[in-house]
Design a protein. Structure first.
Length: 764
């Protein structure tokens, strides 16, 4: 099979609805700072994948008001799913020997012009433009990428690679968009009719794709800044106007973009005004339920089980209506509701239960939501409109249905339960929860080698790159040695009391570090299973470097590896419970790491679970406090699972450290001078480990609070670069935070220069 076909096959296995390929030559007219060749100078191709918004989620979302989005909330899950797909496809390419840089799905922008880049709201790379480059889409009048199959009902993700892959044919300009102008007519902020400054022209080979050069601040009034669309919108909308209106009126909620809602290509456009004011997409398939095989639906539900849903329950819509839940209010003609659930028994005596249970809820929640999304698309693919929601309110029919299905079930009492539902017009055979199953038995009971091998293989099948095991005694031994350096250390936690897009109102408290050991999470713990997820090589080689100076790809690696780590961790914890053991996911077992500022919220830094990884034989400590592995250097994130299973330990190897003959560029690179000259020495097995000591408040100043531009936020245009004093105080931190831009502060980005400058990060 050719590389192109193997990449395409893998992308479809990941769940892509469309896959396309474009050459770097097609990007010749792109600004260097917003181009694939600017981000990755050695790039030769882009791979673009698309996910389709389920039609009913668009047709029923935003029906009452654009800011009452309802099932359009599926877009939040789609963004995360696209991120996962880009990360996994980049790993696939790396394993084939190619370089790859995945680009985040959304939420990393240069809000203002930056150096030579004369654009606002500029992402590192426009997925809309790349979809056109890859032959998947035309550009509509709205400026959205519209495909022949789905119109604007797509979201895209891009992977840049140095693999040379034959490009797909371009779709000529105007081949999909017929200028029906429904997007213009229904835009509630008038962004397609007011403040239009000529045309934008996207030049690709001999084609020119033309669309209005709209004022993006006006376009973002409701969709990005959540301002009430019922307010009078000024004739001129600027950044200053946005900030002023938020200060006066506050925020209402996010908007469902009406340009997307009303865009359906002419040949697949139809209407049913009693169902939706939106054009409907003609579905290519209509299944005759009277003649279908029972395997048609059964296979889909069995697949949900196989991919991690612990329970799959089917309820007739009529039955739920009798219980006071009218799912027809969300989807007229609904026949069935499919509820998926994943659960875990919490651990008594867990001193970090809020954090560890949160990790499970996130991982299991993403898994359940993602499986619901797959079912929603699968039912639609058979010709039956279906909806789901993400994080719906108390009165959301899908969430109410899920709650009604699981509440009061004795088998779930006292467990952490994560659920979601799909509402569909497909009539399905009812299914009740099956609590009579027999838990899986460990392979060869009593043989810890077989059990350890089975868990390692399962972790790798889920995407883990590295897997090791530490007996709890090793970690307790490390804790005894390093406790004086960490236990009781203080840092500052700053909470912003203000709303997004307004000035910081800091509330500063003191955090006192408490060193943790496995028994703090699980009394009776015997082993710690540690797995690692790679950071992609070319991301660290090129992050923040000219010509693009892009910091976003590094921030993406930071959050996507944590998310995937928790998703894999939730499934591993479930597998251990199936085998009859207890398990707890720990984002940072010994509680020695900190956080980095990120547009997806604060993320555990690259030092998370470092001591657990050393104890599990995966690598050795470096001076900058990261773990260097033979496979990836310091390019990985670790997740640790504490369990009472007796697993076979991984040997701890005495590997030479580059740090002993290095001039330590990590120390020079730290903009806050937080990495001190003094060191921490400890031993694990026969191997001695050394790392530099860190002034935590100074380190947090730069990477947790983004107060030094050189830490990464400056590459997104932040003008704040405040140098901390010799001893950071709460008053000093609060005063500096108030200087952050009210818009930019909502999605900060930092990049850990001590990691980027390390020889271990660049394959040396």
């Amino acid at each position: 099979m050719s590389l192109k076909e193997s990449v395409k096959a893998y992308a479809y296995r990941l769940g892509a609805d469309l896959v396309g390929f474009g050459s770097i030559e097609r990007c010749a007219h792109a600004p260097p700072m917003m181009s694939p060749q600017g981000i990755y100078p050695g790039a030769k191709s882009v791979v673009v994948m698309a996910l389709h918004h389920p039609d009913a989620c668009i047709e029923r979302g935003g029906e009452r008001h654009p800011q009452d989005i309802g099932p359009y909330s599926v877009q939040y899950l789609m963004n995360s799913r696209l991120d996962e797909m880009a990360y996994r496809l980049s790993t696939f390419l790396e394993k084939q020997g190619y370089g790859a840089i995945p680009i985040a799905s959304s939420n990393i922008w240069r809000y203002n012009e930056y150096k030579d880049l004369k654009a606002v709201f500029a992402p590192d790379l426009s997925h809309i433009y790349m979809a056109v480059v890859a032959g998947l889409a035309d550009v509509g009048y709205s400026g959205l990428a519209i495909t022949p199959e789905y119109g604007a009902r797509n979201r895209f993700i891009t992977v840049i690679t140095d693999a040379e892959i034959a490009p797909d044919p371009l779709i000529p300009p105007g081949a999909v968009c017929d200028r029906c102008m429904l997007c213009r007519k229904h835009c509630p902020s008038a962004a397609l009719s007011k403040e239009i400054h000529g045309e934008k022209v996207l030049k690709i080979e001999s084609y020119e794709y033309r669309f209005p050069n709209k004022n993006l601040w006006r376009c973002a009034w409701g969709e990005h800044f959540d301002l009430d669309l019922d307010l009078p919108i000024p004739d001129q909308v600027t950044e200053q106007v946005i900030v002023g209106e938020i200060r006066k009126h506050g925020r209402r909620s996010g908007e469902m973009g009406q340009c997307l809602k009303f865009c359906v290509p002419k040949k697949i456009r139809s209407f049913d005004r009693g169902y939706s004011r939106t054009p409907m997409r003609k579905l290519p398939i209509s299944l005759d339920e009277g003649n279908e095989s029972r395997a048609t639906s059964d296979r889909l539900l069995a697949e949900a089980h196989a991919k991690g849903a612990e329970y799959v329950v089917v309820s007739p819509a009529e039955e739920l209506k009798g219980k006071g839940i009218d799912v027809e209010a969300q989807l007229p003609g609904a026949k069935s509701v499919v509820t998926l659930a994943a659960t875990l028994r919490p651990v008594d005596g867990n001193k970090e239960s809020a954090r560890t249970d949160g990790a499970f809820r996130f991982g299991a929640g993403y898994l359940v939501d993602s499986l619901c999304y797959d079912l929603t698309r699968a039912f639609e693919g058979l010709g039956f409109r279906s909806v789901m929601t993400i994080g719906g309110g108390e009165n959301d029919p899908g969430r109410l249905a899920a709650k009604k299905v699981v509440e009061g079930l004795p088998a779930l009492a006292g467990r952490i339960v994560v659920t979601n539902s799909v509402i569909t017009r497909k009539r399905l055979t009812p299914r009740v929860p099956d609590f009579g199953f027999v838990s899986s038995r460990p392979p060869h009971p009593g043989d810890r080698r077989s059990l350890t091998r089975a868990l390692g293989e399962f972790a790798r099948s889920l995407g883990a790159d590295l897997v090791g095991v530490a007996p709890t005694a090793r970690i307790e031994g490390i804790a005894t040695q390093i406790r004086p350096h960490f236990d009781g250390r203080r840092s500052f936690a700053a909470r912003d009391r203000s709303a997004p897009f307004t000035r910081w109102e800091p509330e500063i408290s003191v955090e006192t570090r408490v060193l943790r050991v496995p028994a703090d999470y699980l009394p009776g713990a015997r082993s710690v299973l540690v797995f690692g997820l790679r950071y992609h090589r070319e991301v660290l080689r090129h992050a923040t470097r000219p010509p693009a100076e892009a910091v976003g790809p590094y921030a993406f690696q930071t959050y996507v590896t944590k998310w995937l780590g928790w998703i894999i961790g939730a499934q591993l914890a479930g597998k251990l419970e199936e085998f009859g053991f207890r398990a707890v996911i720990t984002p940072d077992l010994m509680n020695t790491a900190s956080w980095t500022a990120n547009p997806r919220g604060p993320q555990d830094d690259a030092g998370a679970n470092r001591f657990a990884a050393v104890a599990a034989g995966l690598g050795r400590m470096t001076w900058n406090g990261r773990v260097a592995t033979p496979e990836f250097g310091i390019r990985q994130r670790f997740i640790a699972i504490v369990t009472d299973a007796d697993l076979e330990p991984t040997p701890v190897a005495a590997v030479e450290s580059l740090c002993e003959r290095c001039d330590r560029p990590c120390v020079a690179a730290c903009p806050s001078h937080a990495l001190l000259g003094s060191g921490i020495t400890y031993s694990c097995g026969s191997a001695e480990q050394r790392m530099g000591e860190v002034d935590l408040p100074r380190c947090d100043w730069a990477k947790r609070y983004a107060l030094l531009a050189a830490e990464g936020f400056g590459f997104l245009g932040s003008a704040v670069s405040e140098t901390p004093g010799d001893q950071v105080t709460a008053e000093e931190l609060g005063a500096a935070l108030k200087k952050l831009d009210p818009i930019k502060k909502y999605r900060p980005v930092t990049a850990e220069p001590c990691v980027l400058k390390c020889p271990y990060a660049n394959g040396e």
